[in-house]
Ligand binder design. Sequence first.
Ligand code: GRF
Length: 188
Amino acid sequence: MKRIVLFASGSGSNVENIANYFKDNPLVTITSVFTNKRDAKVIDRCNRLNISALYFNKESFSKSDCLLSILKGMDPDLIILAGFLLKIPKNFVTAFPNKIVNIHPALLPKYGGKGMYGMNVHNAVKNNNETETGITIHYVNENYDEGAIIHQAKTTVTKEDSPENIAEKVHALEYEYFPKVIDQILSN
Ligand code: GRF
């Protein structure tokens, strides 16, 4: 049995999509979903999907070993960041080498780094008149959005596309590829 732990800060539509993808797979289980936002929509989704959701505050994450100990106890095969906005502390990266995977809603190294999340990314893509954007699934190291790239997928951006359209296109790619890539990593 492979164990996945997910981290999310917001809506959690990727969490739900990943949960649905693995729900009939007896070899993969979602142990828990961690969130740093007490009112994140992902908590409602977890309640509905019958998945354990755990809220933690920033201090227990970055200033103590509290959360790390809980996570180690869960012995996850993979830790998935699905719309998680805090920087992963160094002691987490050291404790789980090549086991923390993030999805970024752009074609890294473009539009990565601090402040580049959510609509900020899609607004920047629009403002720079890009003709394509996409997703990057990558391992997490100590720097924002700089770990080794596992998979990228592209979509076109037309002049008519608004940042909201771009976000929709990118989300569609996330739903299509993220669970499959997680599945592949788990079976390697
Ligand atoms: C996704 O676009 C993901 O790439 C980014 O945050 C968004 C999360 O969306 N890092 P959701 O919470 O899964 O709906």
